[in-house]
Design a protein around this ligand. Structure first.
Ligand code: PMV
Length: 328
């Protein structure tokens, strides 16, 4: 069996605008998905998934043609586990040329699903890495990121940027603009995450922003302004100016809110963090529900979030310098 892990991420700046060619800066954090892959003697795929917030489940099937199995778990987890793992295994088969090989796949993830922390990207990266290694091939990070991106792209019907998968494969802070992905120098950021227990519908939220952008010139300008924030943010990161990074995150949240992708619980958590003295706070990822990211070196934000109605979990997250890790 080969086991790999890959980290989740927060967006410091630029989600949504990245869809329209503006740059974005996600940053990998030490919450991980671990995926074990073991070759079978037949061509079946068996997936066992454990998630922090849900009971585990196991599905066994002969391939996508069998249709979804009848198991009693939240559909998002099932779709995530099956869709992304299916896609990842297809990539493994493509890389190795072993079309008929079956696998037992075990997923353990600490990353809440669909909450803006890049759970699907982490699962795709770790599954492709472990799957290819199980068959004796070790992919370079760039190819691993590319293959994971292809997986997300296909599962999400063409609605995926390279940000999550590249960040998860390489670790650290990265800058993504269209097809151009590169690592950035980043100071050790005092990241605090607040999670409302929910999830947004990325497809719907992206479509909402697209609609606004087509209808109103000022919405298109808002998207461009987010790009300006990202460019300023890159300079602040290079200068390790955490206060300025926080101010720009606040600004970024305001513009995301104007584009209609925040929610009451996300706004409550952002304001709780700001009132607690955080350098800045914003939603991360598609929005609609899920997580916020704040910067605060003290315990104040975490404490304030834990008392905030609508916040289900608050935790400090270290920056993950390493992307994919080969555990076995
Ligand atoms: O919520 P997440 O982690 O899937 O992030 C979505 C980010 C968007 O910019 C809204 C879409 C994308 O693919 O970049």
């Amino acid at each position: 069996m080969a086991v790999s892990s890959a980290p989740g991420k927060v967006y410091l700046f630029g989600e949504h605008a990245v869809v329209y060619g503006e740059p974005a800066v996600p940053c990998a954090i030490e919450v991980r998905a671990r995926v074990g892959v073991e070759q079978r003697t037949d061509s079946k795929l068996r997936i066992h998934a454990e998630d922090l917030s849900l009971d585990g489940f196991t599905v066994e099937y002969g391939g996508t043609a069998d249709g979804p199995p009848d198991v009693d778990v939240r559909e998002s987890l099932l779709t995530a586990a099956m869709g992304y793992v299916d896609g990842a295994i297809e990539q493994v088969r493509d890389v190795t040329g072993e079309d008929e090989v079956g696998f037992d796949v075990t997923i353990e993830s600490d990353i809440p699903l669909g909450a803006g922390l890049g759970s699907s990207a982490a699962v795709a990266v770790a599954a492709i890495d472990a799957g290819t290694r199980e068959l004796g091939t070790t992919l370079e990070t760039k190819e691993l990121a590319e293959r994971a991106y292809q997986t997300e792209y296909e599962v999400q019907g063409g609605q995926a940027s390279r940000a999550d998968t590249f960040c998860s494969a390489t670790g650290g802070a990265v800058r993504v603009e269209g097809d151009d992905c590169r690592s950035l120098e980043a100071p050790d950021l005092p990241i605090v995450v607040g999670f409302d227990g929910g999830a947004g519908d990325t497809g719907q939220l992206v479509a909402g922003v697209r609609g606004l952008r087509e209808e109103y010139e000022f919405a298109a300008d808002t998207v461009e302004s987010i790009g300006d924030i990202v460019r300023n943010g890159e300079q602040a990161l290079a200068a390790a100016d955490v206060e300025e990074i926080g101010r720009l995150m606040d600004f970024n949240h305001g513009l995301l809110s104007a584009l209609g992708v925040s929610s009451r619980s996300l706004d409550s958590m952002v304001w709780a963090a700001r009132n607690a003295g955080a350098y800045g706070a914003k939603l991360t990822g598609a929005g609609g529900g899920g997580c916020i990211v704040a910067l605060d070196p003290t315990d104040e934000t975490e404490t304030a979030l834990s008392y905030t109605p609508g916040c289900e979990d608050a935790f400090r997250a270290e920056l993950a310098d390493t992307g994919v890790k080969r555990l076995e």
